[in-house]
Design a protein around this ligand. Sequence first.
Ligand SMILES: NC(=O)c1ccc[n+]([C@@H]2O[C@H](COP(=O)([O-])OP(=O)(O)OC[C@H]3O[C@@H](n4cnc5c(N)ncnc54)[C@H](O)[C@@H]3O)[C@@H](O)[C@H]2O)c1
Length: 278
Amino acid sequence: MENALKNQTILITGITDQNSLALRIAEECKRQGATLICTGLGKSKFHSALSENAQNYLERTFNDFTNTVKSVLGADTKTYVMDVSIQDSINEFASTLASEGIELNGFLHSIAMDKTIRAGKVKPIMEVTREEFMDAMNISAYSMLAVIQSLYAAKRLAKQASLVALSYLGAEKIVSHPYKNIGIAKAALERLIKELAIELGKSDGIQVNGVRFSPYTASKAGGAIQGLEEAVKQCEELAPLGNANASDLAYEVVYLFRKNNRITGEIRHVDGGYHIRG
Ligand SMILES: NC(=O)c1ccc[n+]([C@@H]2O[C@H](COP(=O)([O-])OP(=O)(O)OC[C@H]3O[C@@H](n4cnc5c(N)ncnc54)[C@H](O)[C@@H]3O)[C@@H](O)[C@H]2O)c1
């Protein structure tokens, strides 16, 4: 594919550092001619009630995000704060796009968070609290809907736009390592993709798809998951084609971002075929 995304503006969420899957996807979108808009977690006026420590953490996170984006994707790449746990932060981002006259042809949801995954351990489901369950659901699943609703209300989604979210086989199956609470949120995310595909496809020709990727330990989110290193080895051995890498994922997302694909409501696998194993 050459210039597959020419004249397309794509929103990329979920870049934290050099190892974020979203960064590799963004690089490939740019190589294919897209203009990128990147959002990251950071301090904003909506965080004023947080402790000084928490605000400092958000400031550092945003600096790391901005430095990564500018150094890898180019100094002219636009960066904005968007904390998907705060509706006002999402709405402010959508209004900023409106005031800058930016309309989106694509949106990558590459966001996940689960407080039951801590220091290399995953809580048994029988110990998960209501708050932990809701938090994972809020950030890892509902955020896809919240961002799309807000962009749609601000008329920032072009007709025939393409929306893609990252998921994992653990949404459907009990995998070889504990995935537990976040697996339930990923299941909700995948079901949400199908509902959005029906409504937005009928109304605006918008495509909505998900991609399940191989286990990947290099990123912050992946590195935190208990037993993921062993799972990487096991999947490498059992997958017909071995594990997929971040570039394989990026090529698939670019493919889904192309206009007029007539592919929607799909949960695709980029995992070397591991998912066909019993
Ligand atoms: N690493 C894996 O093994 C793997 C496999 C399949 C799918 N995925 C999915 O890929 C996506 C990206 O994960 P990654 O592995 O690149 O890790 P990552 O840690 O680089 O990305 C996770 C992102 O979520 C963002 N995030 C968390 N809370 C947020 C909030 N309130 N507002 C805005 N952003 C917030 C983080 O800032 C971070 O950028 C996730 O959806 C993850 O579940 C990961």
